[in-house]
Every structure is written in structure tokens, then in C-alpha cells.
Design a protein. Structure first.
Length: 476
């Protein structure tokens, strides 16, 4: 039991309520007010109250990450609602907040909270600043970093060595604690990164030309992801007349070839219309929020996860998207996300068992730190070799076999159409790395955020082409 007494100050906010949201939390030594840890995160579209609860959860989690099991903690927030509900003086009437309150209460049981104190906003400036830094950074496509910086992650900042694929955790690129970082923050689990934050690829990976089977005319310039609207094209407005949007799913992919062709510029149209797999990762779950391994366990979406699914549905139900088929993993978090989108476009959901997440066996529900302590040898082997499985679990190579089979079925069955595939981190990363002809180890070099979109076009007479990757502009 820790002998340190802690003070937690937390806050959260939403620019629109609901709107782009984020939280901040700071943990201090209660005796001298020394800052021991900071946490902040942009959480996509959510309400003020959801963001405030997420800030509280982050603060309590940071105490435990500092080794504060059983420690004395005072909590201060400028949210009267959260303070009064956690103190038991107010009832929780909003059912959407109940799962978050339950998460917070589970953390409280591992501590000794001596006080729930409401403070005016001007006395909660540290946590408020962290929340706003996270939201400001996300609005610019940058990552919040421990210590309060919002600089983008340059290549020199990226971790070296085998940092593993991020499976089912909060949509964030930052390390949660400023002084007690364990590694990557990821989708329902965090993998190690030599103490450095993970790098989220915001840019669309798009071909510099349209896929081609014969020389022809009309060059298409390469692009990076824009701030929204589903476009991955970096072409200026002045050149819009020369090419169509690289993410224009309302037209055949052959339309990527220039409308006004100039003779003899090199590349030509594909001779067949592409089959497009639009890959959507599910929304947040309680295990995501706690950064726990989440494979075949079947948690529901949190209120924030539902908001993320709604945001994806709004985007995908509007032009330029035109979805023909919706296919989902059998797990609840994916099916609920898929049903939200399918309902917005008037389609049913088809379930494919092979699109389920990795079976993490004995590691299911554990944090990375817990696994590192209990299974250090097995974990090291798993991180070093994609053929190695967790105890009683499934290796990434085994996952690839079933995912490849699912891909082949979909591409054959729905030739020339756009298929929305709602799945999890490992299956989506596997589809991307297979399209890129990359080795299994490439999984360790990708990061996918919650509710992100990626796109692969498959040509019957040519290669698969990755056209976008980890696009979360709809969450901003």
C-alpha cells in the first residue's frame, strides 16, 4: 500500500456539447503539490459530462500507475455533476454516463478517496489547460505529449525496436503519464515503445497514379489526407478540373484517371472497376478506456464509442460515399458500430466470423504492465515473432490466414462494389499489410485509432492499392 497521499484534479470539455472533446488530469503529491503525472486526450465527438468523467478516470488510473494502490486520494473538479454523483449525493439519471461512473467506481475501490471536492473553474486551471491542449492539438492533427507539448511527432521522436500493433484502445498518440509511462496508448491494449508515444499516421497512403495495366494518358498527383470531407487528395482547387477525388466512392475507381487527358503522360486506367474495401475500426469500449487487451472478450461500446459510431455513420451516409454492402466481425463492439452505419445507409449487416479480433488467450482483459509482470518471457517472444501466440491464444500469422480467406470471399462475391468492413485492429492491419505485400512484422509498424477509416481497392487485372490509412477526420 502506498504511503503517499495524492491530490487529483481533473477536467473535460466539449466544443459543441456534443462536439470535439477532450480531458485533462493532473496528479500531485498532496503534501507539497509536486506534479507527479499528467494525462490528456482528445476523445473525438462527445459531451462535456462524458469528457469530465473521462478526465476523472484518467486521473485515478494515473494514481494507480504511479503505484498508488490503496493510497489516500482527494479528488477536485469543477464539475458539480461528477463530484456529487461520485460522492453518492446525486443519482445518475443519464444512462449514457452510468458505464463511465461504474468504471470510475471500480478504480475508487482500489484507492482510499477521502474527499470529493467541487472547486470553481479558476482553481482548476491546470487540468483545464491540459484538456484544451489536447483538443487544440487534435484540431491541428497533432499529438498531445506528456509535459503539455503539442508538437507533432517527428521521425526522431518515434520509438525504435519492435513496438507492436495497437489493439483496441483510446484514440490517442500520447503517453498517459508524464512520469510513469509504460508505453504506447493503443486501441483496447497498449504495447511497449521504449517509453515513447506511438505515432498515428494521419496522412492518406495513396498511389501517385491510378492503378494501371497499360500505358496511357493523364497523370494523377499523389496526396495526403485533408482535414475532412473524406478526401485524401492533396490537389489544389485550381487543379480539381484535372482529376477526381481519390476517395470518391460514388464513381468507379477508373475515374481516378484525369478527365482531361494529355497525350503521352504515362499511366492509363484500370481495365476493370475496382472492388473497394472500406475498413472501419469499431468505437471505444470500457477495455479501450482502461487500455486492456481485448480480443474475443465481448464488451459493449461506451457512450463515447457510440458517439464515434454515429460520427462515422454521418460521414459514410453522405456523398461522395456510396456503400453497397456492410460486413462485420461477430463481436458486439464491431456489430454495434456496423449497425449504426448500416442503419444510416439503409442496409443490413452481414457477419463474417473470420473478421474477429485476435484471441489473446490468458492475456484477455489484462493491461500490458500486468502481462509484463506475469508473463515476461512469453511477452518478449510474442513481441519479437508474429508466429508466437499468447498462452492459450492465437498468433498474428494464424489471424492472417483467416483474414485472407475473408478478404478473398468478399472480393469475389462483391466484385466491382464498395464493401464497408467493420472490424478490429489486427484484422484491419492485416488486410493493409497484405495489400502492401509487407511481411507480418509490418504489423508492429502501424497505428490505428478508434473508429478510423482505411481504404483498399482490389483490381481483378492488377494489384491491390492502399488509398487511405487511419483517417479520423470525421471525429474532429
Amino acid at each position: 500500500m502506498s504511503t503517499t497521499a495524492y491530490l487529483v484534479e481533473a477536467d473535460g470539455g466539449s466544443r459543441g456539447n456534443p462536439g470535439p472533446a477532450g480531458y485533462g488530469a493532473v496528479v500531485m503529491d498532496a503534501r507539497d503539490r509536486q506534479v507527479l503525472a499528467e494525462a490528456a486526450e482528445a476523445i473525438g465527438v462527445a459531451t462535456n459530462n462524458v469528457a469530465e468523467y473521462r478526465g476523472l478516470i484518467a486521473g485515478l488510473s494515473s494514481v494507480l500507475d504511479l503505484g498508488g494502490e490503496g493510497a489516500t486520494v482527494e479528488v477536485r473538479m469543477d464539475s458539480k455533476l461528477v463530484i456529487e454523483q461520485m460522492a453518492g449525493r446525486w443519482k445518475i439519471k443519464n444512462e449514457g454516463l452510468r458505464p463511465l461512473a461504474i468504471e470510475a467506481q471500480a478504480l475508487v475501490r482500489r484507492l482510499r478517496v477521502t474527499g470529493w471536492t467541487w472547486i470553481p473553474r479558476e482553481r482548476n486551471k491546470h487540468a483545464d489547460r491540459l484538456a484544451n491542449e489536447a483538443m487544440d492539438a487534435a484540431a491541428k492533427g497533432l499529438a498531445w505529449k506528456a509535459g503539455g507539448t503539442t508538437a507533432g511527432l517527428a521521425a526522431s521522436d518515434r520509438p525504435t525496436g519492435p513496438y507492436a500493433p495497437t489493439l483496441d484502445t483510446p484514440p490517442s498518440d500520447r503517453v498517459s503519464q508524464g512520469t510513469a509511462s509504460q508505453g504506447l496508448v493503443s486501441p483496447d491494449v497498449a504495447y511497449p515503445s521504449a517509453g515513447a508515444p506511438g505515432v498515428s499516421s494521419r496522412a492518406a497512403t495513396s498511389p501517385s497514379t491510378a492503378p494501371s495495366s497499360a500505358p496511357s494518358t493523364g497523370a494523377v498527383s499523389s496526396g495526403t489526407a485533408s482535414g475532412g470531407g473524406g478526401s485524401a487528395s492533396g490537389v489544389s482547387d485550381a487543379r480539381r478540373g484535372e482529376q477526381t477525388d481519390l476517395l470518391d466512392l460514388s464513381a468507379p475507381s477508373a475515374s481516378l484517371v484525369t478527365a482531361q487527358q494529355t497525350k503521352g503522360t504515362g499511366w492509363g486506367p484500370a481495365t476493370r472497376v475496382a472492388t473497394s474495401l472500406l475498413l472501419l475500426r469499431h468505437g471505444e469500449t470500457p477495455l479501450s478506456a482502461e487500455r486492456r487487451f481485448s480480443g474475443l472478450g465481448d464488451p459493449e461500446l461506451t457512450p463515447n464509442g457510440l458517439a464515434q459510431a454515429d460520427a462515422a455513420a454521418r460521414r459514410l451516409s453522405a456523398p461522395p460515399y456510396r456503400i453497397d454492402v456492410v460486413v462485420s466481425s461477430p463481436l458486439k463492439r464491431a456489430r454495434r458500430t456496423a449497425q449504426t452505419v448500416a442503419g444510416s445507409v439503409g442496409l443490413d449487416v452481414e457477419v463474417d466470423e473470420d473478421l474477429r479480433e485476435t484471441d489473446f488467450g490468458a492475456w484477455e482483459g489484462h493491461t500490458f504492465t500486468e502481462i509484463q509482470r506475469r508473463w515476461p518471457t512469453e511477452l518478449a517472444a510474442w513481441l519479437a515473432d508474429p508466429t508466437v501466440a499468447p498462452p492459450q491464444g492465437e498468433s498474428f500469422v494464424e489471424v492472417a490466414r483467416r483474414v485472407e480467406a475473408a478478404r478473398d470471399r468478399l472480393v469475389e462475391r462483391y466484385e466491382g462494389r464498395t464493401v464497408l468492413v467493420v472490424s478490429h485492429v489486427t484484422p484491419i492491419k492485416t488486410l493493409l499489410r497484405l495489400a502492401l505485400l509487407a511481411p507480418p512484422e509490418a504489423l508492429y509498424r502501424m497505428h490505428l485509432d478508434l473508429a478510423c477509416l482505411s481504404l483498399i481497392d482490389f483490381y481483378a487485372d492488377g494489384p491491390a492499392v492502399v488509398k487511405s490509412f487511419n483517417d479520423i477526420s470525421h471525429l474532429r
